[in-house]
Ligand binder design. Sequence first.
Ligand SMILES: C[S@@+](CC[C@H](N)C(=O)[O-])C[C@H]1O[C@@H](n2cnc3c(N)ncnc32)[C@H](O)[C@@H]1O
Length: 326
Amino acid sequence: MPVGSNRKKLVKRTLRKIRRRWWQIIHRSLWPSRSATNSWEVLPYLDAYSADSDRKVEKGSDIKEKRVNKVQLPYLVSNGLAPEHRLLDIGCGTLRAGRHFIRYLNAGGYTGLELSPKVLDYAVLSVQQAGLSEKRPRLVLNAQKNLRFEQFAGETFDYLLAQSVFTHLPPEHIEECLAHVPSIMHEGSVFFFTFHQGRAYQYDGKKSFMYPASFFTELANRYNQVLRVRDDYPHPKGQKMAMLKLAQPVAQSRTNSVPSAPTPRPHGWSLATPPPISKATLPGPDGTLAPAYGVLGTSSCLQRKTDVLGAKRDAEQIGSACADAS
Ligand SMILES: C[S@@+](CC[C@H](N)C(=O)[O-])C[C@H]1O[C@@H](n2cnc3c(N)ncnc32)[C@H](O)[C@@H]1O
């Protein structure tokens, strides 16, 4: 690409960032109670995230289809998804990708789970507008907000997908998901999820998270699963795709998947008791416990914000790579 066009792009991007920052400052001073940043500071993480998704859909963003929404169906089909399969789309959003799955799968085959009520309302509407009602997609509001999948007790899915979800979730929610997902998988189920791969854990202070692959591998080992990070996922912004299966026959795996007695956690947090603020709880690029930035293991954004140094540095490091994870 010619140097001139690169420079133009850089100038444009910088101007956009300055404009956005100015707007944030003005917005915050004029309407402090409406400020998005406020909710990240005061609400538990998933409440703030849900409110943020609500706001986005009200503003009309996260509605328009992007390239990433078109690659998901072909990718899963090339990995064996067939019309008769049952798919759980964790964090289905406004169904920008979900619509393609609904069209492809047999009636009743698609289930979407979503945190934000307004996003889900929009999703329901979009099914009608796309003329897909006869496919009877099941769209479930995750009112409990956790990822223990109690809404689906007694059911299993052939395929599970979480596209651009772990990119926005702190470690304790991801661990919760991997600890409980075996309860809705059978021996042949496959769980695909994407993440932002980083050399070490990074958090931007709002809703962008980067993880080294070793973070997921260790969790998978802990919960008796087999995980492979794939190199063939054509995500336009470089998110990595991981593929997870149960390691054991399901009966054994279910009893083993959530240890009843407290056991040492890979990175020093537990689901019941969030760990303290730490700069050394996640593995570095080589899997060792190298210093990692950010604040882990708490749902309090207030606490996370207290790590000003870490969050600011992370924001700089993550930068535009995570500006729009989806
Ligand atoms: C970036 S969007 C991606 C949407 C969709 N997967 C796609 O590719 O278009 C992430 C979605 O996950 C939802 N989400 C995040 N955490 C969730 C949770 N714990 N339970 C259900 N949905 C969640 C968010 O509300 C958001 O709509």
